[in-house]
Design a protein around this ligand. Structure first.
Ligand SMILES: *[C@@H]1O[C@H](CO)[C@@H](O)[C@H](O)[C@H]1NC(C)=O
Ligand SMILES: *[C@@H]1O[C@H](CO)[C@@H](O)[C@H](O)[C@H]1NC(C)=O
Ligand SMILES: *[C@@H]1O[C@H](CO)[C@@H](O)[C@H](O)[C@H]1NC(C)=O
Ligand SMILES: *[C@@H]1O[C@H](CO)[C@@H](O)[C@H](O)[C@H]1NC(C)=O
Length: 324
């Protein structure tokens, strides 16, 4: 109980020192303007020995405008100006903030912060990285940090990624690829059946400090050819089987046709009887076909063809010369 009373008296005396004793409210201390992912946050510490019930008011300005009202009568020790709907914040603007403490109707003097140029000074947060392994390659997909105003690709058109990757078992042998513009990016100089870990940072031309590094994510590669190999083998097996079927069909054509139309079922003499007159008739047919009528037909055809071509060529020549 006595401790409580003692603390109460201490607080009272502190409050009276901060407000009454010196005749005015002591100003906040350690006032600084910061930016993370393009927000604009003013932070401060309470006046020394101040009571905990102090209220604060904040204002902001650019390097070329007067101060405008920010947050009024807040009890927190920070405020984010990008949350003010009436404030237009430019990605490239230079900003100042100021804050004063208030007790009742009394106010401290204003304390001005440092200035910051948003795109140059903001701290870029870490990108979010996910990996997809395919055979002996790993696809790295990068999600840019979300900005309070605008988007990373709008503010930093020439932003690039710096990918660091290493075998999980050999973190000391890390490799870097910087200046990467593609997203997703494929790592393809990897060993099969190996666990790799990846970390990504964003570099911008305008902001000298690279982003916070991403979290480390790891993924295992599989067999180098597996992806292309399996379907290729399956189609190879199918085409070999199809070719084998064709070969079998050709080689055993006679046997197959024998099975389908069994010749040997007929007695030998009956077969001879059937075949002999048939052969004769075929020979007769052949002779008649190979005779002069066919050659005569060929001659006629070639003659007709010659004439046609000759006439055509002449006609074209004539037409061409007429046109000239
Ligand atoms: C802030 O607090 C002061 C003192 O209590 C009061 O006079 C003023 O009206 C308040 N302002 C707003 C915008 O609430
Ligand atoms: C803004 O801050 C920088 C360094 O923090 C300082 O050099 C510069 O003078 C400041 N600009 C103004 C207009 O106060
Ligand atoms: C990264 O993205 C994944 C999937 O979208 C999400 O689950 C995770 O919370 C994100 N991590 C961070 C740090 O944003
Ligand atoms: C890329 O990141 C690695 C690890 O953070 C760093 O050592 C390297 O200097 C960076 N390279 C560039 C060009 O930023």
């Amino acid at each position: 109980m006595s401790a409580c009373v003692f603390a109460f008296i201490l607080t009272l005396s502190a409050l009276s020192r901060a407000t009454v004793e010196s005749g005015f409210v002591s100003p906040p201390t350690n006032v600084r303007l910061t930016s993370y992912n393009m927000n604009l946050v003013l932070r401060w510490s309470p006046p020394e020995g101040a009571a905990s019930n102090l209220l604060y008011s904040t204002e902001y300005r650019t390097s070329v405008t007067e101060y405008s009202v920010g947050f009024v009568n807040i009890s927190t020790l920070e405020c984010d100006f990008t949350r003010l709907s009436h404030l237009f914040i430019s990605e490239h603007g230079k900003y100042f903030g100021r804050v004063r403490a208030q007790v009742g109707s009394e106010s401290s003097a204003w304390v001005e912060s440092n200035n910051i140029t948003l795109d140059k000074d903001t701290i870029i947060g870490s990108p979010n990285v996910s990996l997809i392994s395919s055979g002996a390659t790993i696809e790295v997909s990068i999600k840019d940090p979300v900005f309070a105003i605008s988007a990373l690709r709008n503010v930093y058109i020439y932003a690039t990624y710096n990918i660091t990757y290493w075998k999980h078992s050999q973190p000391e042998k890390a490799r870097h690829i910087s200046n990467i513009k593609q997203n997703p990016f494929v790592l393809n100089d990897l060993d099969p059946w190996t666990k790799y870990c990846v970390q990504v940072q964003i570099n911008t031309e305008r902001n000298p400090i690279p982003s916070k590094p991403s979290g480390i994510v790891c993924e295992r590669t599989t067999n180098e050819e597996e992806a292309d190999w399996v379907p290729a083998l399956v189609s190879l097996i199918f085409s070999v089987a199809a070719m084998a079927l064709v070969v079998i069909a050709v080689v055993y054509r006679k046997s197959i046709s024998n099975i389908l139309c069994p010749k040997d079922a007929l007695p030998q003499h009956f077969k001879e009887y059937l075949l002999t007159p048939h052969k004769v008739s075929i020979i007769t047919d052949d002779t008649s076909e190979d005779g002069s009528p066919l050659e005569a037909t060929k001659m006629t055809c070639s003659k007709q063809l010659d004439v046609t071509v000759f006439v055509d060529g002449r006609t074209r020549d004539l037409t061409a010369s007429e046109e000239q």
